[in-house]
Design a protein around this ligand. Sequence first.
Ligand SMILES: C[S@@+](CC[C@H](N)C(=O)[O-])C[C@H]1O[C@@H](n2cnc3c(N)ncnc32)[C@H](O)[C@@H]1O
Length: 255
Amino acid sequence: MFDYDAELVRYHARLMGAVDIKPDARVLDVGCGTGQTTRAAARAAYAGDVIGVDVSTAMVARARRLSTDEGLTNVAFECGDAESHWLPPGRFTLAISRFGTMFFTDPTAAFTNIARSLRPGAPLVQLVWQPAERQEWATAIRAALTPGGSAPIGGPDAFSLGHPDTIQAVLTAAGFTNVNLIALHEAIYYGPDVVAARDNLLALPAVTAMLPDAPAARDRTLQRLEAQLRDHQTSDGVWFDSCAWLVTAHRASGQ
Ligand SMILES: C[S@@+](CC[C@H](N)C(=O)[O-])C[C@H]1O[C@@H](n2cnc3c(N)ncnc32)[C@H](O)[C@@H]1O
């Protein structure tokens, strides 16, 4: 399983630093993955509760294990598509997402579902990637995997909310107001060394989909990938540049 917690260590700090989680908060974590943000929210909302929703059964199973291991009793995980998964209306005082909202088939339907689950006036605070061409990780790794190719690594969906006009329009149509974007620029981490970073990346279906089937071509592709990772090796591990939006919006009061 790809290690998003390690990859996003710096963005995690930015997101958690941007949200004000009251002790009695009721928090929804959208596309929660293995639940690092869900657990952090649960620790802050010690007199409230947190629900993490993710479409991946494997991620949710791991999220449940990790929160049980930590002894958290105010957190639950539900497996479902945020677009259609039933969420209790007007229940949550805050929704958060760390790069879990860019993959919806129908973003307006998904954000409408999220908006309805929030109390009027309650915030949604999320991180989304800026466009692919601003991502060193996406362009450099794609260049290694498919020289001359144009499809961005991470799949086109990873950048679906990259343009401010798009996110503004989608959130407004879904019943949010006061949409505010802050540009963030942070490095992301793939592993302590080239081999660990390569193996981590090979856990991403978007990466393995770009590997040729023929063994010799596959070996050459992996060598190019390793060379690219070597170029980004520092004394502190393998890092690439990236740009994200920290997006805050509030459920419109009249909704
Ligand atoms: C880039 S990962 C981020 C996971 C987690 N938020 C984190 O930061 O570690 C994106 C997550 O969104 C989830 N996801 C994608 N589409 C979804 C959908 N329609 N509804 C709920 N979760 C979804 C994926 O399963 C995945 O766990």
